[in-house]
Design a protein around this ligand. Structure first.
Ligand SMILES: [Zn+2]
Length: 290
């Protein structure tokens, strides 16, 4: 196959390769890779970008007519460090570059670990793509996972989430998350995201009972975690009582609308959730703060 190198060979021994079959798209793919490289270089510390540095030097970007998953636009294979692109919907190349930038040892890509937690990983990959490369018009491909990742990030923090994602260190994310939610519930959160991801792939609506239940359960767990995190910050005198109450209320108002919007026939309200949390002694914070 005819290939072309992005740099002249005297420049360096490390180079990525873009398939010449892209023809007129070649320059577009090339400029996206260069934009991505520049963004990573200026945004993250050297330890965080270690996987990126290693992978980009031998990355192969190949045009593909057929992919393993028929509905996908593109795929990244960590085994061959290759991005296969069938069609570029604008941000497709960036999405796949995040996968390439966050792959470490075998089986670990971003937050995915041995094929588990794919929903979390795809949602967060869409979040990174939108955050750094969106012109304001992009609708995330994994939109429900994307929204739940935003909720998780508001509990864990952007800087920690981004760093652990690029280091492919989901175990540390689980530890961090466990400060605010029981360990087995944290694992459950990631498993529920997989249920949604399996069903919603390709922009399909959520229709099964399992997936609808997963959305509701995820929302309840994340409200609990956010409430606990906020309470800890209040107890440590980092925020005032008034602000803590406001933050929890805003979290509920903001995400209830979003979550209900994306899961049809999900008939529940914040009042029901609060009642359940109080019944299980998980929402005492409300009495202490609100
Ligand atoms: Zn992906």
């Amino acid at each position: 196959m005819e290939i072309s190198l992005n740099k002249n060979l005297f420049d360096t021994s490390n180079y990525y390769i873009i398939d010449k079959n892209f023809d007129s798209d070649y320059n577009d793919v090339y400029s996206k890779v260069e934009r991505f490289k520049a963004l990573i270089e200026r945004t993250f510390d050297s330890e965080t970008k270690r996987n990126f540095k290693r992978n980009i030097s031998t990355l192969y970007i190949k045009k593909a007519n057929k992919l393993q998953n028929e509905k996908a636009n593109a795929e990244y294979s960590a085994d061959s460090n290759t991005i296969f692109i069938k069609r570029d919907s604008g941000l497709t190349v960036y999405h796949e570059l995040w996968h390439a930038a966050s792959a470490s040892k075998v089986g670990y890509i971003g937050f995915e670990k041995n094929r588990k937690y794919r929903g979390l990983n795809e949602g967060y990959t869409d979040l990174m793509t939108k955050r750094y490369f969106d012109d304001g018009t992009h609708v995330p491909h994994y939109k429900i996972e994307f929204y739940f990742c935003l909720m998780i990030e508001s509990i864990i923090s952007k800087s920690i989430m981004e760093r652990l994602y690029l280091k492919a260190d989901v175990d540390s994310l689980i530890n961090e998350f466990s400060k605010y939610l029981d360990h087995e519930k944290v694992i459950k959160v990631f498993e529920l995201l997989d249920i949604i991801c399996n069903e919603a792939f390709g922009g399909k609506d959520i229709s099964s009972k399992d997936a609808k239940h997963a959305i509701k359960q995820l929302y309840i767990y994340l409200v609990e975690a956010f409430a606990k995190k906020t309470y800890i910050e209040y107890r440590e005198n980092k925020i005032t009582k008034e602000l803590a109450g406001k933050l929890i209320k805003n979290f509920l108002d903001k995400w209830e609308i979003t979550v209900i919007g994306y899961g049809e026939d999900i008939n529940f309200t914040n009042d029901k959730i609060k009642a359940k949390l109080i019944k299980n002694n998980l929402y005492n914070i409300e009495k202490k703060i609100c």
